[in-house]
Design a protein around this ligand. Structure first.
Ligand SMILES: [Zn+2]
Length: 246
């Protein structure tokens, strides 16, 4: 009996005799996998910038995380877009989101690298998502194959949740970790303050806003464009895809 015949006759029992974890040489296979359970890592630069922007004014602020190439859960920058903010909400300017999108595509980034990690702050101690946050995360980002909602509270608490739309879908709360091991650049308070000044418009004092507060959605536009532009698509070609903002 040759070896092929042995293999054929023993196949029904092969899972017992040759555990799948072992390679033919008897050593466990080493397969590169991302950390599991997944965690959201943020470079010291991005974390410092987020803290700075959070503390630059009394209101919530919001923006997007820019992920490292090939590492979607490693945030290496935080970017604001023009927004109107009060003590408990952030409303992005639709045109500004589109501009940000074009700018990032022009820089050669794919939407998955700059439009999947939604970041905002809470002025209080709680980083738990509000009902509005949940509604926004589902409505605006639910069409994406994956996305992250990251909340940082003034008191220091943070909350991050990764959601998937692929297959049966789902979401999981993920730990947030500072990625000291990643390369990062120096802080730049002058540039960060300039970005804050250019983007953030406080709506009213907290006291007034609490009384006037109505329905103030994050933004109203349908979000099909999140998935629309493939990597590297020239800005001119993405223009028409921004219909919701025009
Ligand atoms: Zn919130």
């Amino acid at each position: 009996m040759n070896s092929a015949q042995v293999a054929a006759t023993e196949r029904p029992n092969s899972t017992k005799r040759f555990p799948a974890k072992k390679s033919p040489r008897g050593k466990p296979r080493l397969v590169h996998r991302p950390p599991y359970p997944p965690l959201l890592r943020i470079t010291p630069y991005a974390w410092a910038k987020l803290l700075f922007l959070r503390d630059a004014g009394p209101t919530e602020i919001g923006g997007f995380g820019i992920s490292a190439a090939g590492e979607p859960l490693l945030v290496e920058d935080v970017r604001l877009v023009r927004q109107q903010c009060d003590w408990a909400s952030v409303a992005f300017d639709d045109a500004a989101v589109a501009e940000y999108f074009d700018e990032q595509v022009d820089l050669g980034r794919a939407p998955a690298e700059f439009g999947r990690v939604w970041i905002h702050t809470h002025p209080g101690d709680s980083a738990s998502p509000s009902m509005t946050d949940e509604e926004t995360f589902a409505r605006v980002f639910g069409v994406c194959d994956w996305s992250v909602m990251l909340i940082l509270a003034a008191g220091g608490a943070s909350y991050a949740r990764l959601q998937f739309s692929a297959g049966p879908g789902g979401s999981v709360v993920v730990p947030v970790e500072t990625a000291f091991e990643a390369a990062f650049t120096a802080s730049n308070h002058t540039a960060w303050q300039a970005e804050y000044n250019a983007c953030v418009t406080p709506l009213a004092t907290p006291g007034q806003q609490e009384l006037d507060r109505g329905d103030d959605p994050f933004w109203d536009a349908p979000s099909a464009w999140w998935e629309a532009s493939p990597p590297g698509l020239p800005a001119a070609e993405t223009e028409g895809r921004h219909a919701p903002w025009e």
